[in-house]
Design a protein around this ligand. Structure first.
Ligand code: GP9
Ligand code: MN
Length: 687
């Protein structure tokens, strides 16, 4: 009894006790809110553990400021800090409810009186339980006002207060290390705000976001019109006109972009135990209505999928580190494909993706790109067994997308991002219809299995497009975003390719991914031109008959007879039809032979190509990090206002209800949903 009283006295009547009480309350409250108000997807013991402990360190560090202050003031300062932290939590609860993402400085800065403005709709979206965020502060303030606590007037020894802070920073360090171990690249690659909050907590996320924003703003502030001039000059000088033979052959058609996740070119025509891994894509690849490129390379950096998207939509490179779409997608001005197609040719644009909308900052970047619609996971039914890895399984994703495709006004520019063929290539048993390869490398052996599944999904989608009539007026573009098998699997890669060895040169050649344009009536061919993702937009515009002259872009139409055929890699390596550069060494592209002693002429040639590559990468970086397109006017093009876009499901569906020129409209309201046939085992009726 005596003991309990002692503890009670300590808690209520000493400053350290009060502080501990506050930290514990704040900790429990935050954790509870993580579990109930956000959808952070903490999986496994480690992530659950980090989610539990991550509020502690910042709470001690911040509330601990009060420990350095004397008397009553110290209590109130702690209470105010507690209040501010709670307010941040509260604001995020509301924002998350609307956008499944967390507030960032760029969001707060660009909101104003926009449709994403929470101000107006706060009352509408607030739930009573949200005020839980203030429960501990309210309790503390009541206790203070009613003097339940005896104020401890003593000043805590500086040494003690300091030690507490040091311990908290150590704890933060441990938290960070464990997080980094579970998710490498967490802070450098800027995948998803949800990840940062899951691993490090909402307050550390705020610090991280402020730091990143300060960093990017400093560079942006220094950039000016003159920087743009040098970019403009370079682009003007190197402009290559499109191929007139193909100019406008797909004019006015719908454009359907199929993003083949982690899909490498070597899979095309690849056989395993005599069985084609991707029969449907092979058929498209060889079709007389398909232009297929067999020397097309991915050019992504750390931003992987998002870099591929950045290049495709803008013909600008991703950055040296991190993801350009994450770091600059919200704040920068873009003159991207969806916006250009809308303003130049009346296209409606949309992205469908069975994964989280916040991943790679898509929910914000797509607004800057001018996408009219974005349908992420929240638009899809996600029953038990539907989801794998990063999203809804491809067959279920395509099937469920039909209801949205048929409601899109035509012509549309629609991108569908598949996701099942993503590392770790771990397909559930019921969907495995080809055996794994047998290299013994676990990361590699499942790859053809998920690729096979993706291919089947494509087969189903193609059948639907044919049956629904969409195939007739749609240009379908397929592309692989980046490698599936990384450079850490040389031995297994050699085995897959039936080669006796596999070196860094081979790995560079392994970066080939598909690029195919398929359309009824298109004069098909297998085109051997060397190119990369940066070239996709000019090539597409070539086919659509849309001029790309006067756009700030670094790619060239691959259909053009004069395409430069220099394929830059993000690290400065390159591939041309003659030479390849890997890690500072040069090889003959055709033979893979190392050029040990280049002739004078070769040296000159190689130097020139290297220079082109580094200039283009750095000029492109300057455009993005300096936000230079804000100074650039495209003729007959109105700058995008992010505030005009809203991706909330109800809003979008409402808008689509009255849409004209849709497939549904053409069919007099008769849905095409039942034309989509799938053998997805998840949909089989259980007896
Ligand atoms: C997630 C998906 C994966 O939405 O696009 O991105 P990646 O890991 O391939 O960059
Ligand atoms: Mn990807």
């Amino acid at each position: 009894m005596q003991k309990i009283k002692k503890i009670k006295d300590w808690f209520l009547d000493t400053k350290l006790g009060f502080f501990t009480f506050m930290v514990v309350l704040f900790w429990l409250k935050t954790w509870l809110i993580y579990l109930t108000k956000f959808n952070l997807g903490a999986e496994g013991a480690m992530q659950q553990f980090l989610l539990l402990i991550n509020p502690v360190a910042p709470a001690i560090i911040l509330l601990g400021i009060g420990l350095f202050i004397k008397g009553r003031k110290s209590y109130w300062i702690m209470a105010i800090i507690d209040f501010l932290l709670s307010l941040w939590l509260f604001a995020n609860i509301l924002y998350y409810r609307e956008f499944s993402d967390f507030l960032s400085i760029s969001i707060i800065k660009t909101s104003g009186s926009s449709s994403d403005n929470l101000g107006k709709s706060i009352a509408g979206i607030t739930k009573g339980t949200d005020f839980l965020a203030f429960l501990d502060v309210a309790l503390i303030i009541i206790l203070l006002i009613f003097k339940v606590f005896k104020i401890d007037p003593r000043k805590l020894k500086l040494k003690v207060a300091g030690l507490i802070e040091v311990c908290a920073f150590c704890l933060l360090g441990i938290n960070l290390t464990m997080a980094q171990q579970d998710r490498s690249g967490l802070l450098t690659r800027t995948f998803d705000n949800n990840y940062i909050v899951k691993y490090l907590g909402l307050n550390n996320y705020a610090v991280y976001d402020s730091f990143k924003t300060a960093q990017t703003n400093a560079i942006m502030a220094k950039a000016n019109q003159n920087d743009l001039k040098s970019v403009e000059n370079y682009i003007k000088k190197n402009y290559i006109p499109p191929n007139p033979e193909y100019y406008g052959v797909a004019r006015g058609k719908n454009v359907l972009v199929i993003h083949l996740e982690s899909f490498q070119q070597f899979l095309i025509d690849y056989k395993w135990h005599g069985k084609e891994v991707t029969p449907n894509l092979n058929k498209i690849y060889h079709s007389s209505n398909t232009i297929s490129f067999d020397n097309f390379f991915n050019q992504v950096g750390q931003g992987k999928t998002s870099d591929a998207e950045m290049m495709l939509e803008n013909s600008l490179f991703g950055l040296q580190s991190g993801s350009a779409m994450s770091s600059y997608g919200t704040s920068n001005v873009f003159q991207a494909t969806p916006a250009l197609l809308d303003q130049k040719a009346g296209y409606t644009s949309a992205v469908m993706h069975g994964g989280a909308g916040s991943f790679w900052n898509r929910d914000n970047a797509y607004k800057s790109f001018g996408y009219d619609y974005f349908m992420p996971l929240s638009y899809y039914q996600n029953k038990k067994g539907y989801y794998i890895g990063y999203g809804i399984k491809d067959k279920l994703f395509f099937k469920q997308s039909v209801q949205y495709i048929e409601r899109l006004p035509q012509p549309f520019y629609l991108k569908m991002i598949t996701v099942s063929n993503h590392y770790p290539y771990d397909l559930d048993k019921q969907n495995q219809t080809i055996s794994k390869t047998d290299t013994g490398d676990n990361t590699v052996d499942g790859y053809i299995q998920t690729a096979h599944y993706l291919d089947q999904a494509i087969g189903e989608l193609m059948t639907y497009l044919k049956k629904s009539g969409l195939e007739k007026n749609t240009l379908i573009m397929f592309y692989g975003d980046h490698y599936g098998i990384s450079g850490n699997h040389h031995k297994a890669s050699a085995q897959l390719l039936g080669k006796s060895s596999f070196n860094d040169f081979d790995n560079l050649q392994f970066q080939r991914v598909p690029l195919m344009f398929h359309m009824k009536g298109l004069k098909g061919k297998i085109d051997h031109t060397y190119g990369g993702e940066i070239d996709v937009r000019p090539t597409l515009f070539n086919l659509l008959g849309i001029s790309d002259k006067g756009l700030i872009q670094f790619g060239h139409s691959l259909l053009s007879k004069n395409a430069p055929q220099i394929v830059a890699q993000r690290n400065g390596d390159f591939i041309t039809p003659t030479y390849s550069k890997v890690d500072g060494r040069y090889y003959y592209t055709r033979t893979g032979m190392l050029i040990e002693h280049p002739t004078k002429k070769q040296k000159q040639e190689l130097g020139l190509i290297s220079n082109t590559v580094t200039s283009e990468l750095s000029l492109s970086d300057r455009v993005i990090t300096g936000n230079l397109l804000r100074f650039y006017k495209v003729k007959d093009f109105k700058a995008i206002n992010r505030k005009d876009y809203n991706y909330k499901k109800e809003k979008s569906l409402e808008k689509l209800k009255s849409a004209k020129t849709t497939l549904l409209d053409k069919n007099k309201g008769k849905s095409t949903e039942d034309l989509y046939k799938t053998n997805a085992p998840e949909l089989k009726e259980k007896n």
